[in-house]
Design a protein around this ligand. Structure first.
Ligand code: ADP
Ligand code: MG
Length: 341
């Protein structure tokens, strides 16, 4: 293709929200054999909602949700912890929830939203009204959190009142020696078999409750997967989520090849394993945890608002957060480079 053709294609892409970083990326896309999709936030909307919350100890439900939301909201602005008045804390909490949307992870956002709704708006909840107001407003509703750490592919950990709280998947709890009873396990399995993600919560090293989170597929997902197949491209799904949920989601969207329970660095290994026979591999992802894989792929595509890290690691940025643009990108490359053979 002539430099002019490349320029024109880049312009057409940009008009459709497909930003292409350099002519090389534009040329490689036409040769793609595998497209590896991240699950959460890429195939799914990333607009997770909590559909179930069960407490397995005697803990009050409102208390449980406040603890979990505090853990997921640990990166509050610095002034928050130093503000004297309750009003100021409440204002900063709202400011934070609106602007920073709490935890960077879609699951974290869902949990905070659910807890906030339950505690402030749910008239029918036994914890709203008089009894709970005191607890809710104790510190602008959230508890003081210390030693927070986000553990990619696992969840979050922090301390509240010197007690450890873990929020995340089985792996996180197992690694920390938390016992998971058969009652809890069967509840989690039930969630996973209906394509939901089970988030386990341990407080003071005792398994306290489980949240079930649903994350619907993007509307265009199945059609795009079918479209890719028709173009001779093989779709693959990779996720840090558990096998049962992953299989259920893959089945729904029409993907046969699934890799689950993959840590962020492992996603790059998955990409490399498909490149072994010389195949050209595209990776589509949205999160920080996808950036090693986006960088390892022949064609890295960051989708949606994405995180800065993902955008930096990618060759393509699909601004519209629409999976159809994966096909648009490949088509654009074909039209630009095949024509003049
Ligand atoms: P994906 O690869 O599908 O985008 P991730 O690798 O980001 O998923 O996360 C994998 C798993 O780790 C999640 O399914 C969840 O169980 C757990 N997890 C990650 N971050 C969080 C969080 N902030 N709160 C709770 N659980 C989390
Ligand atoms: Mg993701």
């Amino acid at each position: 293709a002539t430099p002019t053709a490349v320029m024109v294609a880049t312009g057409v892409g940009a008009n459709n929200g497909v930003l292409i970083k350099g002519g090389d990326s534009l040329e490689t896309a036409q040769k793609v054999k595998y497209v590896i999709f991240d699950k959460t936030g890429t195939l799914t909307q990333g607009k997770s909602t909590v559909t179930a919350a069960r407490v397995f100890t005697g803990m009050d439900r409102g208390e449980f949700l406040t603890l979990v939301a505090s853990a997921e909201t640990a990166q509050l602005p610095h002034e928050y912890w130093h503000s004297e008045t309750r009003l100021r804390k409440i204002l900063l909490t709202l400011y934070h929830l609106i602007l920073f949307a709490s935890s960077e992870h879609p699951l974290g956002k869902a949990i905070v939203q659910y807890a906030r709704h339950f505690l402030f708006f749910d008239e029918s909840s036994p914890t709203s009204g008089t009894k709970n107001d005191a607890a809710v407003f104790k510190s602008g509703w959230l508890y003081d959190v210390s030693d927070f750490s986000a553990l990619p592919g696992r969840g979050v950990q922090c301390f509240i009142d010197g007690k450890r709280i873990l929020v995340g998947n089985r792996k996180l709890l197992e690694e920390n020696g938390i016992e998971i009873s058969t009652e809890v396990e069967s509840f989690v399995v039930e969630l996973e078999e209906s394509a939901k993600t089970g988030i386990l919560v341990a407080y003071d090293d005792v398994l306290t409750g489980v949240l079930g989170i649903a994350d619907p597929l993007k509307r265009e997902a199945s059609v795009v997967i079918e479209g890719l197949r028709k173009m001779g491209v093989i779709p693959v799904m990779v996720t840090g989520d558990n096998w049962r949920t992953a299989r259920a989601v893959a089945k729904e969207v029409g993907i046969e090849d699934v890799r689950a329970e993959v840590m962020p660095a492992g996603k790059a290994d998955v990409v490399r394993s498909f490149q072994k026979d010389g195949s050209i591999v595209a990776m589509v992802g949205d999160g920080i945890n996808d950036s090693p894989a986006l960088a390892a792929a022949d064609v890295g595509m960051a989708i949606g608002a994405g995180t800065d890290v993902a955008i930096e690691a990618a060759n393509y940025v699909l601004m519209r957060d629409n999976l159809e643009d994966v096909i648009t990108a490949i088509d654009l490359s074909k039209k630009t480079f095949l024509r003049i053979r």
